[in-house]
Design a protein around this ligand. Sequence first.
Ligand SMILES: [Zn+2]
Length: 157
Amino acid sequence: MEISDLKRAYTVPQVLTHYGLPQPNRAGFINCLVHTDKNASMKVYPNRLVCFSCGCRMDIFDICGHIHGLDGTGERIKRFHEDMRLDNQPIRKRNTDEHRRLKREEETKQARRACRDRLHRIAYKGKHTAEPFSPMWEKSVTILRNVSAWYEREGIE
Ligand SMILES: [Zn+2]
């Protein structure tokens, strides 16, 4: 398992949860892990913590090192790997689940897209065959406008 694999497999919020550390507040901040912090100055990013008060930055391995009092980078990475192994789900399983979720999401997106495309075709035909300003024509124009707005939102040309 490479360092980059571990970094891909675990986000900072997951690691905070694993070690029973505080969860970010609504603004995405926690109390700094390093200095005595009354104001939640530490911003939680997906891949790091940054304290806007004392300036310290921590990645997932640094959090592990902080918990166990380990200084060396190698030690931290090794311990992190061990800690996560003890977690209820092995890393590979997690990745598979994540992969499945993304695949499902993509399929849903494609199905929705196909549905809209069909609607677009029907409405387009309606607009060009119906009597202008007839109810059928009005309806087709409305549908076309809605579908175009959707395409725009989804970034589809
Ligand atoms: Zn700090």
